[in-house]
Every structure is written in structure tokens, then in C-alpha cells.
Design a protein. Structure first.
Length: 710
């Protein structure tokens, strides 16, 4: 270890120790911070008592003073998590946790996402957040670090979204939002209880012209959650969801020269080929919970759905002349389903309390992938001739068990293990004399243990440490293209494996709010990285070894019941710990450019900071101010270019008027208050140099919400 590394680790340890000492010295009076109960450990537990980095954001906090359009809006107060709104609804948001998922060019991978216990991440590790309707969210839990491995493949972090359950008297609301760049959002919700049935039904329509040229989008969302009790020991919940994106234009990334000339511009190829995407997805899930006496509980989750996607890319028609080229238009038809069976037991062993959970998870995805030329003669951006036709499938079978044991009043242990097996298969149906029948399959296996311990230094200071092994398989999209250009999946890709360690402290010193701090390190081998990327099409390979290490600090304080301050800081050093070869041009069958050990992982920044102050009484005037800052982000493995660091601020003000059965909530918000020019996200490794996705300048939002109680 060199001297800078020793100094870095010493400073991180000193920072963590300072938090512990301060907390212990001041832990006397009762803290005003409310107790947050989480379920990411599969048993309801106070977050303060879990030996892991986990945070929860309530639905009210997500919605208050915000547009309710993207899940990224309210996740800033969570350290270790970076949520980037790309202002591109053809590619979804970017979410990374401790550097996992940072290089994803579309959708979410490396981070697992569940909505009401139903995976929004498919068995290959690829997920999306477009079907989350924030108007109906009860809370979002974010689990980071080694404990995430208990969720299996691609669990660099776990995001759990829970929608509200209708409780109490029936009520309804309507919402209208208007904002810059043609933003219009209409929402409606009805929830309550009637005849033993609880219900929460919501729908919304969102439309924007986009800050950048060629970035317009329309999105329709619908959610329903119904629950009833056939008897005193049984609960049945039905969850239905639909998202329809009739068209989202894709402005793609910009080169540095294009961005400097016009950050709101678009690459000419996007206009020539009318790059765009459409999505139609529906799913249905059932959750049955059954109490077997006071100590045991059974739960079965069953779900299924389909998702159709059509995406027009800007692949030049000259490139598509080769018989091996799969075309510039992708059509995906997917059907998916799964089941999770779980038994939970709580009891006592030698006067020590314990809980035990055991289960089996099975998920399956069936995909029909077709590629077409994106031209007919001289007409571009249209459905042309068929160039690719294949059937792909992926499934996983994962038994798991985890336990918590309260050894003494001050010591507790958590342990678990998950055995994950992920199977891929592919069958090429596009047969030519030069392209014979192509079959392929691959199976990835891993055993993922987790062990954690917590020590209650006092009633207000808890210390914890944990270890876990994780793994990440390639996604179907990462397997989609071979370096040689020959159609078929790239089964030469291997899964990545990691060892994760973490130590942390949770403290509630009297009068000083709620503090959390954590030191972490993750060492991975066979990391899945970009080999070459061009025109929205990427080829991936495995790098030798990477390391992510860092420090997280979170703080929250409340005064007078309505004033809340929040702070989240993350220091991350994510780098290649061994050298490897990559490509700087596309196509590239054999990597030939060396990447030295020590280069930073592209898509990651060294530091991020969030600070917020909000006044939010139940009625009357409400207001808030928040700021976000981030250091530069490298755009490729060579670290030859980077998006610069930035700091931005936002402010909102509103008024809530309450009457006996009626409430009106108004909002005015300004984002990027000082009209800073900055890059919100990057497209890692783009061979055309179109790395940069600039973010909007100063923008405004006005909203009114009407609530009616019956």
C-alpha cells in the first residue's frame, strides 16, 4: 500500500471515529428523529438496529416540493447512491450504488429493484424504473453494502419501493403540474377501505417537449393495489401495473465540441434517423401471507407480465450493408414471471431471541429479439428489412436462508446465504447460407454468504460490521453483440464476483439528530466493462480486477416538529486494480489498447454531496432549499476526458389549506436556481465520442393538488 492510500484510509477511519466519540459523549436525552422500520432484511426491524447501511425515504418526502415524475427526484438524501436524471425518457434514469451500475447506458443494472416485493429487475440483472408512480408510493428503502448479496444476481445495492395501502375512510385526489419545456402532468388517485377491501388506485399522464432538441416524450402510468383478509390469519394482496410510452424521442449524447457549441442541440444522426423508443408493459402480482400461530409466517409472491419495446437507432445505412449487421431497429417482446416462497419463524434459543427466514425464488424471462434495417431506399428512420431473429431465455433458481440472533442485550448477529444459479439460452432463427443455425447456452452459479454483527455501545450508539460475497452476470443486452459482429449472444462473457466488507456506526446523540457513517471496500474480479460502443450498440468484455472503497456520512435533524435538515456525503475511490486491454474504435474484435491499473472506473465521481432544509407543517406555508454537488466523472476507461464537477441548488414554496373534508396543496419550484451549465450524466465508452448528456438550465414548476375525504 502506498503512502497516499495509507493517508486516505487513516483519514476515513478518523472521520468515523470522530462521529462515534461525538455521539457517545452526547447520547443522553431523547431524540426527535422518528423510528424508521424497514423490511429489506425480510423481517420488520428498526433501521437503527440493522447491521447494514440502509435508509428509507417516505412517500410524503418524495412528493413534497417535487414534480413526481422520476424516482431520482427524492433520493438525494441517501449517501452512497447517485441518481441521475438524464432528461432522456428513451433511456430511463441512471442509478448507481457505491459505483455499481454507474456505467449502464440505459435502464438499471448492477442495482436490484423491487416494487411491492415484485422484481423490477429481470433474472439477467437488467431493470427499469419507468413503472413507478410516485403519487402512490408509501416509502422507498435503499440497502447498500454486503447485505445486498442476499438478493442474488446484480445486487450491488437494493432499492425496494412500497406503494400505499388504502386504510381508513375513502379519499381521492387530483393533481395538475405545469413546468418548463412543455412539462404537463395530470394525476389522480383513490384509496381507502370498503367492505373489508383496502384499495389504492392511481393513474397519471406525463408529457414534455424536453430541454434538448429531439427529446419530447409522453408517458401513461396506472397502478392498483387491492388487499383483503379472508380470515384473521390470512392476507391477500393483488398488485397490477401498466406503463405505456407511445413515443420518447432520443437526443443521444453529444461530443465535447457539440456540447460546447450548443448544449441543447442534438447529433445530426438522431434527426436523420428519428431516433426514438416506445414501450408497452403490463404486469400482475399476488402476495399471500399466512400466520401459523404466533411464531411462524408463510408468504408466497407470484407475478407475471409482458413488455414490448421498439427502438430506432442511428446506425448508418452504409454500416448495415454487411450481411452480419443486425440492423438499426430493435424490437423486443418479453414475457416474464416468477415466484418467491418464504417461511419466517421468530422464537427464543437459550434465552436469546432469534428470527429465521428460508425461501426459494424462481424467475423466468422469455425474449423474442428481432432486428430490422432502419431505412427503405432513401427513406430513413422507418421499419425496413428483417436482419436478426432470435429467441432468448434466462431464468434463475435461488434458495436462501437468513437469521438474526440476539446473543446478549448488546450483541446481535446476522447471517445468511443464497445459492444462485442463472441460466441463459439462445436460438438463432435468422438463417442464411452465411449464417447457419446458432444455438448457445450458459449457466452462472454462485454461493453468496453474508455475516454481520452489531454492538450497542449505548442505547444511542450502535456499531456494526459485515461481510458478504456478491456476483453479477451479464445481462441479455450486454450479451447481445459479439466482438466479431457475427449475430448471436456473446457467451464468452463471464460473471463478475466480489468480496464486500463494511464497518459503520449509527448514532442518535441528544439534540444532534440521527447520524450514520460507514467505511466500505469491494474487490471484484472479472468486472463486466465496455469493450467498444458505437451508435447506441455496445460490446462488453471482462476486466481483470477492480476495487471500490469509500466513506459515507448521513445526518438528519428535526426541530419544532416541522423543520428538517438533511445531509448526505459520499467519498468513493473506484478504480481498476489490474491492467487490461480495451478498444477505442468500433468494430473491434480484439482489444489492443492498454488500460493501466489505477485508472478510475468511468461513470463514477469521487465525491457527492446533498444538503437540504425544509419547513413542512401539516398546513400553512411550506418551503425548502436543497443543493447538490458532484465532482468530475470520467467518460472512458482511458480517463482521457471527463464531465466536469458541478454544484446546483433548488428552492420551492407552497401553501396547504385544510378544511373539514377538503384540502388544497399548491407548489412553486425552481430547479438549477443559478442557471449553471453542467453535464448531468455520461454515456460510458461511446466510440463516437458522444459521451455527454447536458442537463437543463434554470427551470420552473407549478402544481396544485386537491384532496377530498368522504
Amino acid at each position: 500500500m502506498n503512502m497516499p492510500q495509507r493517508r486516505g484510509r487513516a483519514s476515513l477511519l478518523a472521520a468515523a471515529a470522530a462521529v462515534v466519540c461525538t455521539a457517545q459523549a452526547q447520547a443522553q436525552a431523547q431524540d426527535a428523529t422518528p423510528t424508521i422500520v424497514i423490511t429489506a432484511t425480510r423481517t420488520a426491524t428498526a433501521a437503527f438496529d440493522v447491521p447494514a447501511s440502509i435508509d428509507s425515504v417516505s412517500g410524503d418526502e418524495l412528493r413534497r416540493g417535487r414534480a413526481q415524475v422520476n424516482v431520482t427526484e427524492g433520493l438525494g438524501p441517501i449517501p452512497g447512491l447517485v441518481a441521475r436524471d438524464r432528461e432522456n425518457y428513451a433511456q430511463d434514469v441512471q442509478i448507481s450504488v457505491r459505483g455499481f451500475g454507474a456505467r449502464t447506458s440505459f435502464g438499471i443494472s448492477g442495482v436490484r429493484m423491487n416494487i411491492d416485493g415484485i422484481p423490477a429487475t429481470m433474472p439477467d440483472g437488467q431493470g427499469q424504473s419507468s413503472n413507478i408512480d410516485l403519487s402512490s408510493v408509501d416509502r422507498i428503502e435503499v440497502l447498500r453494502g454486503p447485505y445486498s448479496a442476499l438478493y442474488g444476481n446484480s445486487s450491488g445495492g437494493v432499492i425496494q419501493v412500497f406503494t400505499e395501502e388504502g386504510r381508513g375512510a375513502p379519499r381521492a385526489l387530483g393533481n395538475l403540474e405545469l413546468g418548463s419545456w412543455g412539462l404537463v402532468r395530470l394525476g389522480a388517485q383513490a384509496l381507502g377501505e370498503a367492505g373489508g377491501l383496502s384499495y389504492d388506485v392511481s393513474a397519471s399522464r406525463f408529457e414534455t417537449q424536453g430541454w434538448r432538441a429531439h427529446a419530447a416524450a409522453v408517458r401513461h402510468l396506472g397502478n392498483a393495489k387491492l388487499a383483503f383478509h379472508p380470515d384473521a390469519a390470512t392476507k391477500v394482496t393483488l398488485i397490477a401495473n401498466h406503463v405505456y410510452l407511445p413515443q420518447a424521442l432520443d437526443p443521444m449524447g453529444l461530443t465535447r465540441a457539440q456540447m460546447s457549441a450548443n448544449p441543447r442541440g442534438v447529433d445530426p444522426g438522431a434527426l436523420s434517423y428519428n431516433t426514438r423508443k416506445s414501450v408497452d408493459q403490463s404486469q400482475l402480482g399476488f402476495i399471500v401471507e399466512r400466520r401459523l400461530g404466533a411464531a411462524d409466517k408463510l408468504q408466497a409472491t407470484l407475478y407475471g407480465g409482458w413488455r414490448d419495446t421498439t427502438q430506432f437507432q442511428s446506425i448508418p445505412y452504409t454500416t448495415q450493408a454487411s450481411v452480419l449487421n443486425p440492423g438499426g431497429l430493435i424490437q423486443l417482446s418479453r414475457q416474464y414471471n416468477g415466484i418467491d416462497l418464504r417461511w419466517t419463524h421468530e422464537g427464543r434459543l437459550l434465552d436469546a431471541g432469534y428470527s429465521l427466514s428460508a425461501g426459494l425464488s424462481y424467475d423466468m424471462l422469455h425474449e423474442h429479439r428481432r432486428g430490422f434495417q432502419n431505412f427503405i431506399g432513401s427513406q430513413l428512420g422507418v421499419l425496413g428489412a428483417l436482419r436478426r431473429d432470435e429467441i432468448n431465455g434466462v431464468s434463475n433458481t435461488d434458495p436462501y436462508v437468513q437469521a438474526n440472533l440476539q446473543l446478549t442485550p448488546r450483541w446481535s448477529l446476522n447471517a445468511g446465504v443464497r445459492a444462485s444459479e442463472v441460466r441463459f439460452a439462445s436460438h438463432n432463427l435468422y438463417l442464411l447460407s452465411t449464417l447457419p443455425a446458432d444455438y448457445g447456452s450458459a449457466t452462472y452459479r454462485a454461493t453468496l454468504p453474508v455475516l454481520g454483527a452489531m454492538f450497542d455501545l449505548s442505547a444511542r450508539v450502535h456499531l456494526y460490521a459485515n461481510y458478504g460475497r456478491g456476483f453479477e452476470t451479464p445481462t441479455l443486452n450486454q450479451l447481445a453483440y459479439r466482438p466479431s459482429g457475427v449475430p448471436g449472444l456473446n457467451f464468452a462473457l463471464q460473471s463478475s464476483h466480489s468480496n464486500n466488507v463494511e464497518i459503520g456506526v449509527k448514532a442518535r446523540p441528544a439534540g444532534w439528530g440521527h447520524w450514520t457513517a460507514a467505511l466500505f471496500q469491494t474487490d471484484s474480479n472479472q468486472e463486466i466493462v465496455t469493450q467498444s460502443s458505437s451508435n447506441g450498440r455496445s460490446v462488453f468484455q471482462n476486466a481483470s480486477a477492480t476495487q471500490r472503497r469509500g466513506f459515507e456520512l448521513g445526518w438528519e435533524q428535526r426541530w419544532f416538529g416541522a423543520l428538517r435538515a438533511q445531509l448526505a456525503y459520499t467519498l468513493l475511490d473506484a478504480h481498476y486494480s489490474e491492467a487490461f486491454l480495451t478498444c477505442t474504435a468500433s468494430p473491434c474484435a480484439t482489444p489492443n489498447v492498454p488500460i493501466a491499473a489505477g485508472k478510475q472506473l468511468p461513470g463514477t465521481g469521487r465525491q457527492t454531496l446533498y444538503a437540504g432544509l425544509a419547513w413542512a407543517p401539516a398546513s400553512g406555508w411550506q418551503a425548502g432549499l436543497e443543493t447538490r454537488a458532484a465532482s468530475r466523472v470520467w467518460v472512458n476507461d482511458l480517463n482521457s476526458d471527463a464531465a466536469g464537477g458541478y454544484g446546483i441548488a433548488a428552492a420551492h414554496i407552497g401553501y396547504v389549506a385544510r378544511f373539514e373534508h377538503f384540502e388544497i396543496d399548491t407548489l412553486a419550484r425552481v430547479d438549477n436556481l443559478f442557471d449553471r451549465r453542467y453535464v448531468g450524466s455520461v454515456i460510458v465508452g461511446d466510440a463516437n465520442g458522444r459521451y455527454f448528456e447536458p442537463s437543463p438550465g434554470r427551470s420552473w414548476l407549478g402544481a396544485v393538488t386537491l384532496r377530498l375525504a368522504f
